[in-house]
Ligand binder design. Structure first.
Ligand code: NAD
Ligand code: 6OD
Length: 491
């Protein structure tokens, strides 16, 4: 692979109305592997955000009226363009996040391309509602709905799966005929900037896709969510940021779609396939250093297999190779930043202060090289805490799990559901009846049985309670990004 980081040592610029523009204020983009500066980023001020929204608005009419086949062909070209520059996307994603080469090339970047293809194809097979209505004169009326785009959609994305989560929103929004102002996380501006280049190369008309860089509060994120000409906001990130955006959007009564945090539980029944449950749980806890909203942070294991399970998961955790992202055998990179590492380590400390047994990990690895300037933490397993402890209640977003024994199915379900979040759950059992029975009782948006993060892009995706508002995926995404108009024809 060509591992040269695109735009290293330069300034990543905003993309507005088809042009790359810089700004007065620059901030550093840091590589969390060794703390070095990759490049600088031009922070969009209020005037640039306004220009971006106006550029989008100006492009809205032509984009929504473009024949659907032509619009979808352009989105396929964007997918082709990501693949044509695959190595550059992989290198940029790895530099910004420190994630492993394996993960970037098998999950993040392929899904970036797949999102565009999937929604460009799905929108073409969307049907519309139609009702025949009886009328007193016996002639009847026909009611049918036509979908229209919302207009300017603000897309605000997090840092954990930067290209995957940005395109998961862009693709359906653009397929449905909307124009975009997108803001990636300040931690991960690289692949979003490459995507702007690909949009241009693919022939997406100027103004249809605009990119602004910057932070949240008092910066590009807040300027965007408060902008009067933004018609809807789609956001993935922390629950507390979701409520700040909700407040900012309240005056304009804007449509909102939120994918927020999680405190996901996994239940391991005594009748599970033991090896699969251990391997699957290791994936669900430690993938991407635990920085996936779907990661399991609480495991409930039947008491009869508790000790054996804890020992086996400990073995998996200790076998995780932490290191340089480019090494073929690296499983796990650093956390996204030192700030995130401080947060995760403070949760580790609170677990220890609450009397947890440290099964493995609990600290930071020492390498004796430049990685000691990075944001690494050890994969960690705790046991022995009560269910009301800080680390059992709150989302950590790091490579850590607390494991609790249970005796009955009812007890496991009650503990799993006893949380303010409601995103995802995993269940490990070979008893088919139990799988259906328990899955149906989980108070979450997504349940995986004997698997984790097995995705079908047509299915409803999202969470309840603090984990989100609305659903994405397939027709759910397309319906959020569209407004139906009902037309009643008297026959
Ligand atoms: P974050 O909320 O800090 O930031 C997300 C984005 O929002 C960034 O682009 C940020 O600049 C922007 N932002 C921050 N404050 C803002 C404000 N006041 N107004 C407008 N924009 C603002 O989240 P993060 O730290 O980047 O990501 C980690 C969090 O995201 C975790 O809680 C995780 O669970 C959650 N997450 C959820 C999902 C999901 O699908 N449910 C997916 C990924 C991440
Ligand atoms: O796979 C997806 O479509 C998706 N939205 C994943 C979210 C992961 C959260 O970090």
């Amino acid at each position: 692979m060509n591992n040269k980081v695109p735009h290293a040592g330069t300034v990543l610029r905003n993309f507005v109305g088809g042009e790359f523009i810089t700004s007065k204020k620059l901030f550093n983009n840091i590589n969390p592997v060794d703390g070095t500066v990759i490049n600088q980023v031009a922070e969009a001020d209020e005037a640039i955000v306004d220009l971006a929204v106006k550029a989008a608005s100006g492009a809205a009419h032509a984009w929504k009226n473009m024949p659907m086949a032509q619009r979808c062909a352009l989105l396929h070209k964007v997918a082709d363009g990501i693949e044509a520059r695959f190595d550059e996307f992989v290198a940029a994603e790895m530099a910004d996040t420190g994630k492993s080469f394996f993960q970037a090339r098998t999950i993040d970047i392929p899904r970036g391309a797949a999102n565009f293809r999937a929604f460009a194809d799905m929108v073409k097979s969307q049907s519309t509602e139609c009702f025949h209505t009886d009328t007193p004169d016996g002639k009847g009326a026909l009611n049918y709905a036509v979908d229209k785009p919302l207009g300017v959609v603000a897309v605000i994305a997090p840092w954990n799966l930067p290209l995957l989560l940005l395109t998961w929103k862009l693709a359906p929004a653009m397929a449905a005929g909307n124009v975009i102002v997108a803001k990636p996380s300040e931690e991960t501006p690289g692949t979003a900037t490459l995507l702007a280049e690909v949009m241009k190369e693919a022939g997406i008309p100027d103004g249809v896709f605009n990119l602004i860089h910057g932070f949240g509060q008092n910066s590009a994120g807040e300027f965007l969510t408060k902008h009067k000409q933004v018609d809807a906001i789609t956001f993935t990130g922390e629950s507390s940021t979701g409520s700040a955006i909700q407040r900012a959007a309240a005056d304009g009564v804007k449509g909102l779609s939120f994918e927020l945090g999680g405190k996901n539980a996994g239940i391991i029944f005594e009748d599970c396939d033991f090896e699969e449950a251990v391997a699957g749980s290791a994936r669900s806890v430690f993938t991407n250093g635990g920085q996936v909203c779907l990661c399991t942070e609480r495991l409930y294991v039947h008491r009869s297999i508790f000790d054996k399970f804890v020992t086996a998961l400990k073995g998996k955790a200790q076998a995780i190779k932490i290191g340089w992202p480019l090494d073929e055998d690296t499983d796990m990179g650093p956390l996204i930043s030192h700030k995130q590492r401080d947060k995760v380590l403070s949760y580790y400390q609170s677990a220890i202060d609450d009397g947890a047994t440290v099964v493995t990990g609990g600290g930071i690895p020492i390498f004796g090289d430049a990685r000691d300037n990075g944001a690494f933490v050890q994969p960690t397993i705790f046991t022995g805490l009560s269910e009301d402890c800080n680390i059992v209640k709150n989302e950590v977003f790091g490579p850590v799990v607390h494991i609790q024994p249970f005796d009955t199915e009812e007890e496991a379900i009650a503990m799993a559901n006893d949380t303010d979040y409601g995103l995802a759950a995993t269940i490990w059992t070979t008893n088919l009846q139990r799988a259906h029975r328990v899955a149906g009782q989980m108070e979450v948006g997504i349940v995986w049985v004997n698997s984790w993060y097995l995705r079908d892009l047509r299915t409803p995706f999202g969470g309840m309670k603090l984990s989100g508002v609305g659903r994405e995926g397939g027709s759910h995404s397309l319906s959020f990004y569209s407004e139906p108009t009902n037309i009643c024809i008297k026959l």
